[in-house]
Design a protein around this ligand. Sequence first.
Ligand code: C2O
Ligand code: CU
Length: 649
Amino acid sequence: MKFKIFSILGVALCGFLATTAAPVESEEPNELEPRFYPKSYIFDPLPKLTESSPTTRYYEFELKVKKLSPDGFERPVWSVNGQYPGPLIQANKGDRLVIKVINRLGDPATIHWHGIFQRGTNWYDGVPGQTQCPIPNRVSFTYNYTLEQSGTYWYHSHFLAQYVDGLLGPLIIQDPDDPYKNSYQEDYVVTISDWYHSPSAPLLVQRTAPHYTGFNPYPDAALISGRGQYNCSSPAAGKHCNPNVKPATYNVQKGKKYRFRIINTSAYTYFTFSIDNHPLQVIEVEGTPVKQANTSTVTVLPLHTAQRYSVILHANQPIGNYYIRANIIESCLAPRTNNTINYNSSINPNATGILHYIGADSYSKPTSTEYPVTFTLCRGIDSSAIRPYKPDPAPANITNSFVLNVTFAPNDDDVGLFKINNSTFEPIFNNPTNERIMLKEDYTGFEKTQNAYGYDVPYGGVEIILLNGGLANHPFHLHGHAFHLCGVGQGIDINNLTTRNLIDPVVRDTVIVPPQSHIIIRYVADNPGVWAFHCHIEWHVELGMVAQLIERPTEFSNRTLPDDVRALCMQYDSYYKKQKRSTAALPRGSMVKRIQIRKNGGESKKQIREEEAAGNGEEAVLNEGERYIETEENDIGTQANEEYLMSIW
Ligand code: C2O
Ligand code: CU
């Protein structure tokens, strides 16, 4: 049927293709059909798991670039199976996940399973240059690990800023013994996110350019569960903007109770989340069940990048429609100076969705009013609200203690970079740290830029004191563990730290470090491997705000790397060599395809020089201030990017 239409439209289509770039997916000749949203799983209650556990669950993730319009504005999205947010992974505690990733992005990729401990499987943690080599384009790789935790997690690409381009999704683990299991009838997932109309690669190029004095790229939209309402009549909207994206809508039945799992999948932004007229009882923070208390019911919930909460909502209000609100709090971002990338975006920072009572008129807009914010903005939820359900004291005896001081300074090329203890992290994609440890390399001799901190005492107590003397807040995330958040205090004087709560601190994996403040976290060294510890603001990651924790190298170095993980590095090396026609790359060794930035259309000076150089066998030389990224022609990722860039630059 499709082919018939295709041939009838053939002549017209050829004309269409001749004047525009090739379609993103040639096997789907539907480029002329209106692209409305396919029905998404995300607005349905989570399917009830019926299999007896433990079981093995198989998933196939095809990574591909697809044009989507989450907020109405069409752009290429780095997707899993063509969806944004990506497919739901749901399992029971104790299950094994086997996820085959088939990379057709045109870029290398990895997938990280945010919050999952990966005990015994550090090489499936998905961090390029730390736990594996990137999966090259047109290569598949299978992640395979067991779930010992339960709660609300997510997965996302950890390769450059690829998750900002859409490569992410929820990962939900049910626990048959969840203390709140019988406290609600249905279970919903909500993602909240900032969103950018430009692919991340050119944003990164600009963000990491010499002499750049602005702040992080300003987002274009706020999304709830992958949907937003961009102002299509704003001049920046262009011609491919759909003003009729249906707002995120969750259906409830009066009298029932619902669990909502809220995940902030942003690149950058701090959100407040609320549902008008409906207080939310917090029952889970990042995998840790929360004890019920007066304070654990909130009206407005703050979440920074990568943070998650589960709340229970009681649908006990008059039948009607109520706003679901996800507000980017702009005062928590760096100032919107006019030298900041995309500072003049037409963002509506206040995304709305709808809580729809079954029986209410679907077409009448909510008239509900917003709850006021009664806590300090830019900060986390009051820690007394989220005491762990089960007593879980922090380790009292510390065998290894680290002080990590975060600062910002320009390098010799006048690229402003973050430093941890005076060192900017630089990944070495083709020589992952964990493989080096397994080859018995001594981490104390690593390059300074590896930001490697090790500890070797089995089940020792680890304490990290993180000092942030700057003016920005940083949501710090630890891989391989959930940590006890023993304290958050003002100032960065190591002799004047806040009092530690060792008795019932919250246990989570992502914490907000406020400006000019410190945090103290503790955990037990019970998971040998290489674990990243980094700010989850993706722009800060690319500016080097990353440390690597080398946990129990003596034991870890005796483990055996699976053959397919080792093979990945060989595949990556040969891929990389083929790609390396030109040497310039994103700063600090990052390597993706070249994307020409065409300021005024046509060929740039760089491109012309490159063509000249290709003629005489030389490599093109970059002029000062010029940067580009390697390309592989005929790749859909490149085409999507180039097409996009040609339309906006
Ligand atoms: Cu959510 Cu290092 O990641
Ligand atoms: Cu940060």
